[in-house]
Design a protein around this ligand. Structure first.
Ligand code: MN3
Length: 203
């Protein structure tokens, strides 16, 4: 059975950038629902039920066809939100340091240029989905992805480093249709220490 962990901080911890009500609904309703749907889909497939999320997401083409899309969406939904909570924190923002800072400079030229391109990727993504900074495990090179629904870079052979949820449920209560305002505010809660650790330990 897949279960979601409690948020690693209070629902109001990311105020004023992300409001408590959004965090509560996002975690307790949306995130929980992905786990519930995933468990339901895997009920009749005990061999798959015992796998971890990364294995499921990396094995979509081997899953029984009748549950493939459901697992893609809901295992993705569980994994992505676990990741999302972990890359945010109170009193965060600023810039990365260490190996991640070096990799960002190598790929994008500067942190400011990376931030601009990531923001554009997230802003222009049509409909529901996620913007991702991901690492190619072969070369170590960073890449930006705009992926629909609950897809994530693991499905494309890349390792997720930093994901931003741009589904309307992530921002609509506070920001309404103004996704760019949500993205601008979100940079203030990015937990670069945690993101740097993800980058350094990813293989
Ligand atoms: Mn979401």
């Amino acid at each position: 059975m897949f279960q979601i962990d409690p948020l690693p901080y209070d629902v109001a911890a990311l105020e004023p950038h992300i409001d408590a009500q959004t965090m509560e609904i996002h975690h307790d309703k949306h995130h929980a629902k992905y786990a519930e749907n995933l468990n339901k889909a895997l009920e009749a497939f005990p061999d798959w039920q015992s796998q971890d999320l990364e294995t499921l997401l990396g094995s979509l083409d081997r899953l029984p066809e009748e549950i493939r899309t459901t697992v893609r969406n809901n295992a993705g939904g569980v994994w992505n939100h676990n990741h999302f909570w972990s890359v945010m924190a109170a009193q965060a923002g600023g810039q990365p340091s260490g190996e991640l800072a070096t990799a960002i400079d190598t790929k994008f030229g500067s942190f400011a240029e990376f931030q601009k391109q990531f923001t554009e990727t997230a802003t222009k993504l049509f409909g529901s989905g996620w913007a991702w900074l991901a690492k190619d495990p072969q070369t170590g090179e960073l890449h930006l992805h705009a992926l629909p629904n609950q897809d994530n870079p693991l499905m494309y052979g890349h390792i997720p480093v930093l994901g931003l949820d741009v589904w309307e449920h992530a921002y609509y209560l506070k920001y309404h249709n103004k996704r760019p305002d949500y993205i601008a505010a979100w940079w203030n809660v990015v937990n670069w220490a945690g993101v740097g650790k993800i980058f350094e330990t990813s293989k």
